[in-house]
Design a protein around this ligand. Structure first.
Ligand code: NAD
Length: 247
């Protein structure tokens, strides 16, 4: 269903009067780049458990990674790595807002690096990035190619131990330095735009509680638990919103 023009107009007005916008986003910002999210009813990865009946939450957990790294890497390569994906209107629109001095930070739960590919500079990756990888023993850093170069568990050239992605697995804490920066950005924002996230993954979702500014906007295909707290809720495709805004 087409998003009503008055919603787009309201968002344009908010952007016009804002100077310290922060965007808080999730996997829904990248579905229009053909990267599946977790919880969309139709194509979300949570509807596609692996052939052994294991859920993504198990397959992407720290304990499973330690117990069965070969199965972890098979699932991770197949479902989480999309090196050929290109940014969409949302990523480009946000990069434009940053360049115009309106947007101060993007806080993302995504690990796909598409905001940076679109030209955004200040991006806080709460859950890490597929593009950073490191040896679990000697900490030598590796590019994504190391994970893609063969179908086995990637092994460090220096010490022979396992290389892993710098992404936050279930059962692992977030990076405290990134948390600090994210909370600081949200606390200082005059407008918080939340987009393409189910807001059910904690602690990330809880950070929006630190918002003290004047306008909270939620753009999402499905309803979220925070809709009632928002000043403007736009239900629909975030790509459509950015395509129709005055940027
Ligand atoms: P989620 O899957 O829980 O929720 C995505 C939300 O976005 C859903 O509510 C869905 O309705 C909405 N959505 C989907 N497409 C949309 C669109 N085009 N326009 C507007 N809304 C849209 O994702 P989440 O909240 O980010 O949390 C899940 C975790 O998944 C995150 O921690 C993230 O690290 C990980 N993840 C990341 C990627 C990625 O990097 N692209 C992909 C899959 C999962």
């Amino acid at each position: 269903m087409k998003i009503p023009q008055e919603k787009i107009d309201q968002l344009n007005e908010i952007i016009l009067r804002s100077n310290r916008i922060v965007f808080f986003g999730g996997a829904g910002t990248s579905t229009e780049s053909n990267i599946p999210d977790f919880r969309s009813k139709r194509n979300g990865l949570y509807n596609q458990w692996n052939e052994k009946g294991l859920s993504p939450e198990i397959l992407l957990s720290r304990s499973f990674f330690r117990k069965k790294p070969e199965v972890f890497f098979q699932y991770y390569r197949q479902n989480l790595i999309h090196p050929d994906a290109l940014p969409n209107e949302t990523h480009y629109g946000l990069a434009k807002l940053e360049k115009a001095g309106k947007l101060k930070a993007i806080i993302t739960q995504n690990i796909d690096g598409l905001h940076q590919k679109a030209g955004s500079k200040y991006v806080l990756e709460l859950h890490g990035s597929i593009y950073r990888n490191y040896c679990t023993e000697c900490k030598k850093e590796y590019h994504l190619e190391k994970i893609l170069e063969d179908n086995n568990v990637p092994i460090c050239n220096v010490c022979g131990k396992m290389v892993r992605p710098d992404v936050t697995l279930y059962e692992e804490p977030l990076d405290i330095k990134v948390i600090d920066k994210a909370i600081n950005a949200i606390s200082n924002a005059d407008t918080l735009i939340i987009g393409g996230t189910s807001l059910v993954v904690y602690p990330a979702a809880g950070f929006i509680e630190f918002f003290r500014g004047s306008d909270m906007v939620i753009i999402n295909k499905e309803t979220t638990l925070y809709d009632q707290k928002a000043d403007l809720v736009i239900q629909g495709s975030i790509g459509e919103v950015f395509r129709r805004m005055n940027l």
